[in-house]
Ligand binder design. Sequence first.
Ligand SMILES: [Zn+2]
Length: 421
Amino acid sequence: MLKTDGRRAFSLLKEIAFERLGGTVEEKRAANILADVLRGLDLEPEISEFDIWAYEPTRATLEVLEPYQKEYPVEVYGLTGSTLPDGLEADFFYAEDADEVSLSEAKGKVVLLNQGVALKRYRRMAEAEIAGFVAWGGLIYRREDIPRWAIRPEYFKHGKIPGAIIFADEAAELVQEEASKVRLTVLQDEREVASQNVICEIRGCEKPEEVVVITAHYDSVPYSSGANDNGAGSVIIMELARHFTKNPPRRTLRFIWCGAEELGLRGSFAYVQEHEEDLGECKFVLNVDVAGAILGKNRTIVTGPDALKHYVEVMSRSMGVAMAIKQDVYSSDSVPFAEKDIPSLNLIRMGAPIHNRHDRVEYLSPNRLEELGDFALRFLNDIDQAKVFLFEREIPEGVKKKLAKYLKRMRGEDEDREQDE
Ligand SMILES: [Zn+2]
């Protein structure tokens, strides 16, 4: 029977619902929990390591020296380098979005910025030779956590600009009180550490040379238990793996629980890089990222041919599962495969909080996990059982263009210097 078990999935979800930042011992612990479940199914998971950049904050302070004196709590902006141990004393001003005008007299100064630092903005700041920056994050009307943001290795070519992050309401105070001189201290230890993918294959008994890849990332962002994003996807694909251990597939199913997705799809990029030669056999990717919301809606993002989109439309009607379907790129582990012209389907249930401390199991339910799990299972089973592969291994031109744009922006290769990210 084509059925997943929402309650079983939910209980595994509770086991892995703790902060699992890429490259940390907690992420590794989650990888081991998933691998243990797979071993319990008589499968042989492989834990495949890859390197990522990580940082350990040592100290971060922002002191206003003029026209008043006050010290503010700040967080280190990850991987942006360090100031001298005594800090960096400099003029201070509010550069909003770090646009050309705001940065025109910024050389040697510490600037306050709106929100995070996109790659283009970082490049402009480097070109303006600013000495340091403070980005504000969170909500001005409710104090929660100071975000813990970091730049990605793609930024490194523009050099290090020590940065910190401050509460929105305190940023407003800095602007309102016209802080003009500050001492910014940012100290952090940056190094390469290992993250890991958990890979597990169920070999096809009739067409083993045709491989279908099933992905879900299992890492989380800071402060978050990552239940919704994406413990839920991780346990849904575990249900799929369970089904096919009892019902041997015709084609080869390769499950990948990806590490360090939140740090820039590191796990899936590492996999694709390492398996460059055998990607030809890979026909299709099914990715589940964000699921289980009690209140929400199902979405499918098809990075593939029209026929695939129509197939999901028909399935949604036939199963009575409401599903908003779009051909597009989804910022998740299907992207590195799409870059290699491998089509994919992304299953999502949006609605519950993500990327903050409210991403918790309380807002998810076994029933909603089961609904999307059953949908994924029926779809995967159709793909697997088909006499001839259900659709062509192709991505339409329109979607390819969107993908190229996405990748360019991610890598900072976009030559359009006017627009911000
Ligand atoms: Zn995610």
